[in-house]
Ligand binder design. Structure first.
Ligand SMILES: NC(=O)c1ccc[n+]([C@@H]2O[C@H](COP(=O)([O-])OP(=O)(O)OC[C@H]3O[C@@H](n4cnc5c(N)ncnc54)[C@H](OP(=O)(O)O)[C@@H]3O)[C@@H](O)[C@H]2O)c1
Length: 335
């Protein structure tokens, strides 16, 4: 991207560091040599993790203004992993704006993307980037841009996401917010709530399968990166056989079973051009949470090394379709 700002190497605060995904992310951040400190509300868990990684830690609740002030001093960016984000994003985004640090999270809650969008002007005034959705959307959003770039004038997009893996308690709580947001689509450039859920059939390489409409967030984030006026998103889930069909998996700390299976999560993007041409691109990734872990650290490390765009951004509006090339073990097929 041409108009990315560039500054020197910076320092990161990771809030919500001791959850399942947080623990994996801090270990990946340490492996990649990022300069970071950790934070959260549980002193015992934070002290243990900080000792293991030899990093400073900060204990404070999400509403504690003094805690934010102390912990964000000297930082370049905040990565918020404390979910459900309906309970944490407003406070963390406001702290980022106030103390002028870039904001990142890994939410999949569409209302949080709308919240970030609503703070665009404040973020620009503070000279910071607000990028909500550095997890799944690190693959999803650049894939949409990649596919849209294959036609001249994209007017419609449909996405089918087949998730393979289980859910942590934090994700189960968050999924209630995703479903609670309603059946959102974008029509003629405006977000609209449907009364009834349409289903659709997609073939992601395993034969035709049924998917249900679900507001994954592209209605906000991929609209930001592409401006495509008509957007529909669909979801299906393959739970690991080991769980006996129960989507809530008991994860052992540090054991990314959610990403260790042979199954792959898949995202299919279908773009319709104004002239009726339809093109499709598909990404498949490791199952479970590891793609979120490695993607979030990749995106944050870019901002720490000075590559950012002020204001509300999506992964692809900030870093383009090329972001896909930096993600671990993501395979793209065009057809
Ligand atoms: N979109 C994606 O790609 C993706 C992938 C993975 C995860 N996620 C999301 O990331 C979030 C975290 O997932 P997880 O797997 O780490 O869940 P988890 O294991 O249940 O951990 C949740 C973490 O958030 C903290 N937390 C929750 N509410 C808080 C609050 N009000 N104030 C301060 N801290 C709070 C918890 O702190 P305590 O330990 O003190 O309770 C814990 O550290 C979930 O919302 C999940 O949906 C998204």
């Amino acid at each position: 991207m041409n108009n990315l700002q560039h500054t020197s190497e910076g320092k990161l605060l990771i809030y919500g560091a001791t959850g399942y995904t947080g623990t994996l992310i801090v270990k990946e951040a340490a492996r990649r040599g990022l300069d970071f400190e950790i934070a959260g509300r549980n002193e015992e868990k934070l002290a243990a993790l900080a000792a293991e990684l030899s990093v400073p830690y900060h204990v404070f609740s999400i509403d504690d203004a003094e805690g934010w002030k102390r912990s964000l001093e000297g930082k370049t960016a905040l990565l918020n992993i404390a979910g459900p984000f309906s309970e944490t994003a407003e406070q963390a985004m406001e702290a980022s704006i106030k103390f002028k640090v870039h904001y990142f999270d890994i939410t999949a809650e569409v209302d949080i993307y709308r919240l970030a969008e609503s703070k665009d002007a404040a973020a620009k005034a503070a000279g910071i980037m607000l990028l909500s959705g550095a997890g799944l959307f690190a693959t999803y959003d650049p894939l949409v841009l990649h596919t849209a770039n294959r036609v001249k004038n994209p007017v419609k997009m449909r996405v089918a996401f087949k998730y393979s893996g289980g859910f942590t308690p934090g994700s189960v709580a968050s999924s209630a917010n995703i479903i609670g947001a309603g059946l959102l689509v974008r029509k003629n450039g405006l977000i609209k709530k449907l009364d009834e859920a349409p289903s659709a059939v997609f073939d992601l390489g395993d034969g035709p399968e049924d998917f249900s409409l679900m507001p994954l967030g592209g209605v906000v984030l991929s609209y930001k990166s592409t401006g495509i006026p008509d957007i529909e998103e669909y979801f299906s889930m393959a739970v690991p056989a080991a769980t006996g069909g129960n989507a809530t998996v008991k994860f052992e700390e540090g054991q990314p079973q959610a990403g260790a299976g042979s199954a792959r999560s898949k995202i299919l993007v279908e773009i319709t051009d104004e002239d009726g041409t339809i093109v499709r691109s598909m990404a498949d990734t490791q199952d479970g949470y590891m793609p979120t872990v490695t993607s979030a650290v990749e995106i944050v490390s870019r901002a720490l090394s000075g590559a950012y765009q002020p204001g509300f951004q999506s992964p692809a509006s900030a870093y383009g379709a090329e972001l896909l090339k930096s993600l671990l073990d993501v395979r793209i097929t065009d057809f």
